[in-house]
Ligand binder design. Structure first.
Ligand code: FES
Length: 79
């Protein structure tokens, strides 16, 4: 029996105008945000800084395959 890893976006409360660092390497223990783990991991990926355009609950990608980072675009459904 194989173990399949299922990805789901994580809903987070963002504040308009505030900056956040989205994890693009998947090693962070604080998903969907960067916790600096990429520095110790064997990856060339780094965090992606972004500014929230509006306040509210937003669903951020955890599969790291989205075409609209940091936001989930549904790509995880086809993985
Ligand atoms: S979690 Fe939905 S596209 Fe990555």
């Amino acid at each position: 029996m194989s173990e399949e890893k299922k990805y789901e976006p994580i809903g987070v409360e963002l504040e308009e105008g505030k900056r956040y660092a989205w994890c693009s390497c998947s090693h962070s223990g604080d998903q969907p945000f960067c916790d600096g783990s990429h520095r110790a991991a064997d990856t060339d990926k780094v965090s992606m800084g972004f500014e929230a355009e509006e306040s509210g609950t937003k669903y951020l990608c955890t599969c790291k395959q989205t075409s609209n980072p940091p936001y989930c675009d549904g790509t995880h459904n086809s993985l």
